[in-house]
Design a protein around this ligand. Structure first.
Ligand code: HXC
Ligand code: NAP
Length: 288
């Protein structure tokens, strides 16, 4: 479906691109011909990530990094300027940087709430705003913002209150900017990933192997996502193949979000054979 120049001409900044899904997306974008820039707080991490990108990237593409704390608007503006100067422009932004941890709501401090919401919500605003102003002022014709959210933007989620509030805000920002900035040729979409193993997420959100075993039962496909499955979607959504897609949030979670079906629990509690037995005994009982 994709070729080595699917993203040719795209110049994309990926926040939090030094690790995890951000790095996987940066590699996939560069492999498919985009020029990429990654940013984050830890310069050492960015340097190592850049090496990984350089090993895989399309020979024509350029890859750079810039340290940046997305909570600080001045740093964000400097980063955008640096990308424009080094890549000869910018026409894509992926708001991927995030923070998260497990905590009971009553144990959170105001600063703990702020630590996450400032990265996720304020950070996504800072980057989208600085990027949008650059696009609008320079009349860049076709550009893209892709926000990485979560599957709990509309349901909320126990034990991750700051993340649930912030990601819901980013989802609202996605739809708002999709409408407001469409006339500038800026598309704004989102991806809601289910569980994709990364060190950042697993260290903070998967307390033990036992919990992981329990967790995986929730997923109809009974496995985690593979990074390539997510990056394929991201490449498509950032490409011109998806030019009419705007304001959309695509969930990619093996069906995990479909927990509400009243009888879904059978699949989580019993084996296929046990379910068959239970259903035939009910059928027997009801035979006239
Ligand atoms: C309660 C906590 C806490 C915890 C920090 N705090 N960790 N409170 N439980 N586990 C509180 C601190 O006590 C402090 O409040 C405040 O938060 C700030 O803490 P710092 O350590 O100074 O914050 P900072 O250095 O800014 O780090 C931000 C961070 C950290 C979010 C806390 O985890 C981080 O840098 N994360 C980046 C990477 C990340 O989180 N990746 C996972 C993304 S996964 P006080 O009041 O004491 O000063 C994801 C996936 C979701 O989003 C879905 C998965 C399926
Ligand atoms: P990760 O590796 O921890 O990625 C988070 C990145 O954000 C890190 O590279 C981090 O780098 C950067 N970051 C954090 N605070 C920052 C700040 N203030 N300024 C700039 N960069 C900052 O975790 P991940 O799992 O790949 O998560 C990537 C995205 O996917 C996040 O938006 C997350 O919410 C979303 N997501 C992940 C999963 C999953 O299962 N993995 C599921 C749903 C959603 P520094 O620390 O160096 O700054």
């Amino acid at each position: 479906m994709f070729s080595k120049d699917t993203l040719k001409g795209k110049k994309i900044l990926i926040t939090g691109g030094g690790s995890g899904l951000g790095l996987s997306m940066a590699k996939a974008f560069a492999f498919h011909g985009a020029d990429v820039a990654i940013c984050g707080r830890d310069e050492e991490k960015l340097k190592n990530a850049l090496q990984e990108i350089n090993e895989i990237k399309n020979t024509d593409s350029k890859a750079i990094y810039h340290s940046c704390d997305v909570r600080d608007y001045e740093q964000v503006k400097t980063t955008i300027q640096y990308c424009v100067q080094e890549l000869g422009g910018l026409n894509g932004l992926v708001n991927n940087a995030a923070g998260n941890f497990l905590a009971m709501a009553e144990d959170l401090t105001p600063n703990g709430f702020k630590a996450v919401t400032e990265i996720v919500l304020q950070g996504s605003f800072n980057c989208s705003h600085a990027f949008g102003k650059y696009i609008i002022e320079n009349k860049i014709p076709q550009s893209d913002i892709l926000n990485i959210v979560t599957t709990y933007t509309q349901s909320g989620c126990a034990f991750v209150l700051p993340s649930a509030c912030a990601k819901a805000g980013v989802y609202a920002m996605t739809m708002t900017l999709a409408f407001e900035w469409a006339n500038y040729g800026i598309r704004c979409n989102a991806i809601a990933p289910g569980p994709f193993p990364t060190k950042g997420a697993w260290d903070r959100l998967m307390p033990s192997k036992d919990i992981e075993k329990f967790y995986i039962q929730r997923i109809p496909m009974k496995r985690y996502g593979e990074h390539e499955e997510l990056t394929n979607l991201a490449v498509f959504m950032m490409s011109d193949m998806a030019r009419y897609l705007n304001g959309e949030c695509v969930t990619i979670d093996g069906g995990e979000h479909l927990q509400n079906g009243q009888f879904n629990f059978f699949a989580q509690m019993f084996s296929q054979d046990q379910i068959k037995q239970v259903f035939s005994s009910v059928r027997e009982k009801n035979k006239k």
